[in-house]
Design a protein around this ligand. Structure first.
Ligand SMILES: NC(=O)C1=CN([C@@H]2O[C@H](COP(=O)(O)OP(=O)(O)OC[C@H]3O[C@@H](n4cnc5c(N)ncnc54)[C@H](OP(=O)(O)O)[C@@H]3O)[C@@H](O)[C@H]2O)C=CC1
Ligand SMILES: CCCCCCC/C=C/C=O
Length: 335
């Protein structure tokens, strides 16, 4: 009998990720019915959204998340044994699913395109949801032009590293912020960012005055809070701001949220455009985005890094690691 291992959310997180909120269970995998598919997870994703989105997950549900999985049995002619699929199947090793009954809110499971020699785990990262977030968020909301100054934070992470590289490829002057000197070195030396700073040791306003004395045209925000207030005061007139993430506040108590400097003065007097977004807005264009991102990776125009944690049982540690800045590039778990 095939066994499914799964992590159940037994308590909602309060404050930092607490591993005891997740319980590992095992169950028998049921026999397939007509039209059903059985997949086995190969690579699992850990993403910051898991912290805020899990607050709405009913207790005792399988923890949310996407995975790259292999079709191991199929009674559905659209999915063949051996194919690799990307699906939001949650934190479980084996999933029985009926393609015609899957929810489409996040985008339905799809067969990965041909990655050639590239690892299939990229389907969770630069050629997956984080890459799409960078691609659509930056290009659709910020419309960066050659020579414009683009600032991105969490810049050595999955989304940020892709944002900075797309902006570089568009001919922009790119400034990244990350949480360690090692990450800063990677941004400058490998990703060829024009400037990069460790926000833990360098004041953000001072850094921007040094690197972009004329001001910032585009700000791609992954962090929020006081960091963002600082950047907004350094924007040029008619600057564009994509509000992608707010990881600095995901662990905060929503009844006592941290305060940040007010942002209305620069928004008004610099006539800024600031827009929040969720990547699923463009789910009808995912195929286009994935095709473009994969092409850029194959052409060497996008460089990727992965932070791999070994072992399904280590998923909670890997999720916690995101909030401790452990990862350079995309954090994934090899099952
Ligand atoms: N709107 C959308 O549709 C989407 C939004 N997102 C958002 O994009 C952001 C980046 O996601 P992703 O690229 O997957 O994750 P990352 O790969 O960037 O990993 C998270 C990183 O966040 C940084 N970080 C953690 N805690 C803090 C903190 N308190 N203050 C500042 N930085 C912190 C750490 O880097 P460091 O060492 O630099 O501190 C860490 O490595 C997140 O906010 C996420 O929610 C992601 C996907 C879709
Ligand atoms: C419940 C799965 C959500 C997937 C969409 C990701 C959007 C991320 C937003 C912020 O991190």
């Amino acid at each position: 009998m095939v066994k499914n291992k799964k992590f159940i959310l037994v308590k909602h997180f309060e404050g930092e990720i607490d591993k005891s909120c997740l319980k590992l269970e095992e169950e028998n995998v049921p026999t397939l019915k007509a039209n059903e598919v059985l997949t086995e997870a190969l690579w699992m994703s850990v993403d910051p959204y898991m912290r805020p989105y899990s607050a709405h997950l009913p207790l005792n549900s399988v923890m949310i998340g996407s995975q790259v999985a292999k079709v191991v049995e199929s009674k559905n002619e659209r999915f063949k044994v051996g194919q690799l699929v990307l699906g939001y199947f949650g934190w479980q090793t084996h999933t029985v699913w009926n393609p015609s009954e899957m929810s489409s809110a996040l985008g339905n499971p799809y067969v990965l395109p041909d990655f050639g020699d590239l690892p299939p785990s990229l389907g969770l990262g630069i050629v997956g949801m984080p890459g799409l977030t960078a691609y659509f968020g930056l290009l659709e909301l910020c419309d960066p032009k050659p020579k414009e100054v683009v600032v991105v934070n969490s810049a050595a992470g999955a989304v940020g590293s892709c944002v900075g590289q797309i902006a570089k490829n568009k001919g922009c002057f790119v400034i990244g912020f990350a949480g360690s000197d090692k990450k800063v070195k990677w941004l400058k030396e490998t990703l060829k960012f024009d400037a990069a700073f460790n926000y833990k040791t360098k004041d953000v306003s001072e850094a921007l005055k040094e690197a972009a004395p004329g001001g910032v045209d585009v700000y791609f925000d992954n962090v929020g809070g006081e960091f963002s207030s600082s950047v907004l005061y350094q924007m040029k007139d008619f600057g564009r701001v994509a509000v992608c993430g707010s990881i600095s506040s995901y662990n905060a108590d929503h009844k006592h949220l941290p305060k940040a400097t007010i942002i209305q003065p620069p928004l008004i007097f610099k006539q800024l455009k600031m827009e929040g977004f969720v990547v699923t807005r463009w789910k009808k264009r995912y195929e286009e985005g994935i095709g473009q991102l994969l092409k850029w990776v194959k052409e060497g125009k996008l460089v990727y890094e992965e932070h791999v944690t070994e072992g399904f049982e280590k998923l909670p540690d890997a999720l916690l690691g995101l909030f401790q800045g452990e990862n350079t590039g995309k954090a994934v778990v090899k099952v």
